[in-house]
Design a binder for this molecule. Structure first.
Ligand code: GAR
Length: 193
């Protein structure tokens, strides 16, 4: 668990692989007075991730790591996290699975956002699965990361109604809007704010 000490903000690293809209919402949240976090680092396994642009826009240190050699990548990441005094990791559309060893080193200090009402629809292609399964509701979940995929303790969730004519794309768009509100809410919650 991460604890707030006085008024000092918790240093966060956000891991992304793509668009980075959740990263953007976390950066905006971090700049609010009530926010207990500051985003000190952006990491990506994809050097073309669109979200990396927010590093330039908001002047946040950004790094790309090649996960072809995961052990090596994680070793380098641990070093940079230590050097930057990172205390909390937020996975935000990060599509690689971190090793058990890595997760152990940051136990209780890694959060993830997933676009379904976990424990339903873990893994990839969530919105397709929801529609194919004719679910009435979908949504999003922020949870702690443990060694099993999308299975750590749930912090908070938001329901989104599935419409009759929804496609995976239209549903993803509506869920994403809720994700942008849910991640900051989850962060306030873990610090009892
Ligand atoms: C979000 O919907 C996030 O929940 C999902 O990828 C999208 C990333 O969007 N994550 C996963 O599916 C993780 N398994 P963003 O890059 O615009 O934040």
């Amino acid at each position: 668990m991460v604890k707030l000490i006085g008024k000092k903000k918790i240093k966060v690293a956000v891991f992304i692989s793509g668009t980075g809209s959740n990263l953007k919402s976390l950066i905006k949240f971090s700049k609010q007075k009530k926010s207990p976090i500051t985003i000190a680092l952006i990491l990506s396994d994809n050097k073309n991730a669109v979200g990396l642009k927010y590093g330039d826009v908001f002047k946040i240190k950004q790094k790309f790591f090649n996960f072809k050699n995961k052990t090596l990548a994680e070793k380098k990441i641990l070093k940079i996290l230590r050097n930057n005094k990172i205390n909390l990791i937020c996975l935000a559309g990060f599509m690689k699975i971190l090793s058990k060893t890595f997760i152990k080193k940051f136990r209780g200090k890694i959060l993830n956002i997933h676009p379904s009402l976990l424990p339903k629809f873990k893994g990839l292609n969530t919105h397709e699965k929801v529609i194919n399964n004719k679910e009435k509701y979908s949504g999003c979940t922020v949870h702690y990361v443990n060694s099993k995929l999308d299975s750590g303790k749930i912090i908070c969730q938001k329901k989104v109604k599935v419409k009759k004519n929804d496609t995976p794309i239209s549903l993803a768009k509506r869920v994403l809007i809720q994700e942008h509100k849910l991640y900051p809410k989850a962060i306030l919650k873990i610090f009892n704010l």
